[in-house]
Design a protein around this ligand. Structure first.
Ligand SMILES: [Zn+2]
Length: 429
């Protein structure tokens, strides 16, 4: 899993790269107000604090191995010395350049990959240029989310002390005993009818009917609340559905469909979750959209983190989401088995776009085969729609009682069922 992020690093022996973005105006020189260096297992990071973002280049030179940061129209304006070397950095030195520029040099103990990016002002911190030398990590062993977040939290704390500890953000819910939000997505809609049965039944109509019944069942459940992604006969893009679920703060995403195959003998329900291949590709895409990625990590911006770390965070988050999805989907499949035939014994994996939330457990329920005459008839039957909706709801409920998110009402109810500490918790409510 770490082969891909490694590609993000520019090897030391690569040609100089020009880094840019918004450049400062020419006349007033930029001040370097501080130069900070630290080294740890996750890598080595140099941060230049600046009065503005100057035109700059970061590149590597061999023999001896060093990293050069050239800053146009910039001067050192620090009250202290440049930091002493540490980790792979032997020493840090600087010197003026022709034309009013400044050069900062990191002398290295050995050839090293290097990466650089600029960070704009946020909170108490101003413009920064960050130069990173990746460490020996990520290791070959996949770290747990907590381990990675803990490491990242330490890095964030050092870089921006005002940022809250992300571990805390992720594990302690903001509200006490909040309702779990289940996004119910009726497949297709508008100009997209979905599959059409031999009797003329349109998938988009039966998915909406079942989705409405499912939402009603969820709303009737203590500690849960449904949000309809589509609640009418209109079209929504697949990404739009995922986005809406996220905006509505969904804890789970359930997409309702009806399958169709040329072989009209095939019948029964199936439940799909994302295949990890799809997950991995999607993690890459999310990485490219940093703004979007920020809200995936419990509100912690990835901007200050290295690409490797950000990639690992997303990878771990999505792998967890997929593994949770499998558990939830298995629960739904078991429940569907009780109300009718299921097509195949196990949860299936596929790269459906709507399943690609990196952080929300997601499943796609093919409620039946609309291409099968008997299934099509059942799909039109309101009582059967209700049975399917109840079955999906029961599966989702069973899953959350097994694995209640901390701080949720379901967590308290689940604890009460087990005779735990819930009495007190309930009394506080
Ligand atoms: Zn469909």
């Amino acid at each position: 899993m770490f082969a891909r992020p490694a590609k993000l690093w520019i090897p030391l022996f690569a040609l100089p790269g020009v880094l840019g973005g918004a450049y400062a105006g020419a006349a007033v020189p930029t001040n370097v107000t501080d130069v900070r260096l630290w080294s740890g297992p996750e890598g080595t990071r140099l941060v230049l604090d600046l009065s503005a973002l100057p035109r700059h280049e970061v590149f590597a030179i061999e023999n001896p191995d060093r990293v050069v940061v050239d800053l146009a129209n910039t001067q050192l304006a620090m009250r202290k010395d440049l930091p002493a070397g540490q980790g792979p950095v032997k020493s840090v030195r600087s010197g003026p350049q022709a034309g009013g520029g400044l050069r900062i040099v990191l002398d290295l103990t050995a050839r090293h990959a290097v990466k650089s990016f600029a960070v704009g002002p946020d909170g108490t911190a101003g413009h920064r240029i960050v130069v990173e030398l990746p460490g020996a990590t990520p290791s070959n062993v996949a770290p747990t989310a907590t381990q990675v977040l803990a490491a990242s939290s330490a890095a964030v704390a050092r870089e921006a002390p005002s940022v809250d500890n992300p571990v805390k953000t992720l594990t302690v819910a903001a509200d006490k005993q909040r309702d779990l939000v289940i996004a119910v997505d009726a497949g297709h809609g508008g100009q997209d009818p979905g599959a059409i049965g031999r009797g003329g039944t349109r998938e988009k109509d039966v998915t909406l009917a079942i989705a409405r019944k499912l939402a009603a069942a969820i709303d009737a459940e203590d500690g849960m609340r449904a949000v309809m992604i589509r609640d009418g006969d209109y079209f929504i893009t697949l990404r739009g559905r995922v986005r809406k679920a996220r905006e509505l703060g969904a804890d789970m995403f359930v997409s309702v469909h009806a399958d169709s195959v040329p072989n009209r003998a095939v019948s029964g329900s199936s439940v799909y979750v994302l295949s990890l291949r799809g997950a991995s590709d999607e993690a890459s895409r999310w990485l490219a959209e940093r703004e979007n990625a920020a809200d995936l990590m419990g509100g912690v911006s990835l901007d200050d983190k290295s690409d490797v770390l950000a990639s690992v965070l997303l990878d771990v988050t999505q792998k967890e989401a997929v593994s949770n999805s499998v558990e939830a989907a298995s629960s739904v499949l078991a429940s569907l088995r009780r109300v009718g035939s299921v097509h195949g014994p196990r949860v299936r994996h596929a790269g459906f776009m709507v399943l690609k939330s990196p952080d929300i457990p997601s499943m796609l329920v093919e409620t039946a085969f609309i291409s099968n005459v008997a299934d099509e008839r059942r799909l039109r039957d309101s009582a059967h729609q209700q049975r399917i909706a109840q079955a999906i709801h029961a599966g989702v409920r069973d899953y959350f009682y097994e694995k209640p998110p901390p701080g949720s009402r379901i967590a308290a109810l689940a604890a009460a069922r087990r005779g735990g500490t819930a009495t007190q918790t309930l009394a506080e409510r």
